[in-house]
Design a protein around this ligand. Structure first.
Ligand code: KG4
Ligand code: ZN
Length: 365
């Protein structure tokens, strides 16, 4: 019978400072004892994106308090923990270093083991934390910083079937909102506009559908939208609310179509492996989009696959996923020394060819 493990997780790779305590008793389902997230949206709002230096300083200032809050929330002391897990990359290097140094400080002072976690592995293992699903499963990460299909075979075995070669979808939603004078974050604003829009009025491109792989591209879509907007402005001297709603609906439909079709292809590859339980899981803020989610659900349905979307708070950046990944890795014997490095780039899958692009939050994988 596996022992009970209680792990503190730290996350600071982008614009959320987070700490959490997760516990797993034997083979039971893991339990989140606490999960604290200090966001930085306001800090960066005037700049139209995350400013790495500001983010790093804010992480360094908030991490100690965040850890105290997480321990208090779990009603535990450091002495009652079994290990400390920390995001060691990929991400904005200043933020990742803040987290890694905080974790090393705790481990040096207490003698607790240190486990460095890949942020993407944290996202990818979340469905095991929330629903205890078995390997292998297919994971689609869709957020402002990530977009990739991962075949998850074990806590340390990921095959990337494809991903974006330029922007992440959330980034494209955010840029679209900016082009149309809508507030940030752009995803929810574009979705709200799209409700009253006609998705057929403007036919935006469906990039890379002619290529029989699982790679995606979203930057051309944003350029097409910019051209369409400028054409309307040139013709009418401005855009009406209806023009804007129609552009949002057209853009959203294009993203949803591309993700649905590429998911169909990724599922075909996954199904060819003959998994015993067949699951497509999603993570990332974009998975909150109802049109996109609906498209993915129907593809999963059509292909006899269970569709799983963890609660939004666990789909977006958080430390519970890092603590949980720490439990899985620690159980498998993983443990890092004081030489654990913060890595701006850290592909989950070194065997697949590198993708050209990245995402708003820096080259990821
Ligand atoms: O996972 P997340 O909270 O943060 C990271 O990017 O790591 O994702 C945020 C992204 C933003 O780009 C936001 O515009 C997008 O997710 N998003 C959405 C929706 N809600 C959030 N995109 C489309 N539709 C939504 N309803
Ligand atoms: Zn993330």
């Amino acid at each position: 019978m596996a022992q009970t493990l209680t792990v503190l997780g730290l996350e600071s790779s982008c614009d959320d400072t987070a700490a959490a305590v997760v516990q797993q008793s034997g083979v039971d389902r893991a339990e989140i004892l606490s999960s604290i997230v200090y966001g930085q949206t306001e800090l960066h709002s005037a700049y139209g994106g995350v400013v790495p230096e500001l983010a790093a300083r804010a992480h360094a200032e908030k991490l100690d308090q965040c850890v105290r809050d997480a321990l208090a929330g779990a009603d535990l002391t450091l002495a009652e923990l079994d290990a400390v897990a920390v995001t060691a990359g990929p991400g904005l290097i200043g933020g990742v270093m803040s987290g890694v140094m905080c974790a090393k400080g705790i481990c040096a002072a207490t003698g607790l083991p240190l486990v460095g976690i890949n942020h993407l592995a944290g996202h990818a293992l979340t469905p095991r934390l929330t629903d205890a699903i078995s390997f292998p499963y297919l994971m689609l990460l869709v957020s402002g910083g990530h977009c990739q299909y991962l075949l998850v075979r074990s806590p340390d075995d990921f095959t990337r079937l494809g991903g974006t070669i330029d922007d992440a979808p959330g980034e494209a939603f955010d840029k679209t909102a900016r082009l149309l004078g809508l507030p940030q974050p752009g995803g929810p604003a574009v979705q709200a506009e799209a409700i009253t829009g006609d998705p057929r009025r403007f036919r935006f491109p469906r990039p890379l559908l002619d290529r029989d792989d699982c790679n995606l591209s979203f930057s051309g879509l944003k350029t097409a939208l910019l051209r369409q907007r400028d054409q309307i402005v040139a013709e009418k001297n401005g855009i009406t609310r209806q023009d804007r709603a129609d552009m949002c609906a057209g853009f959203q439909a294009a993203v949803a179509d591309v993700l649905a079709e590429k998911t169909r292809r990724a599922l075909r590859i996954y199904l060819a492996e003959g998994p015993s339980e067949i699951t497509l899981a999603v993570a990332g803020g974009v998975a909150a989009n109802t049109a996109i989610r609906g498209g993915l659900e129907s593809v999963a349905d059509e292909m006899g696959t269970r569709f799983l979307a963890p609660p939004l708070a666990l789909c977006t950046d958080n430390a519970a996923m890092i603590a949980y990944a720490g439990i899985e890795r620690f159980r498998d014997g993983a443990c890092d020394g004081m030489d654990l490095a913060a890595r701006p780039r850290w592909p989950l899958d070194n065997s697949s060819p590198a993708l050209l692009g990245s995402g708003r939050k820096g080259a990821k994988a």
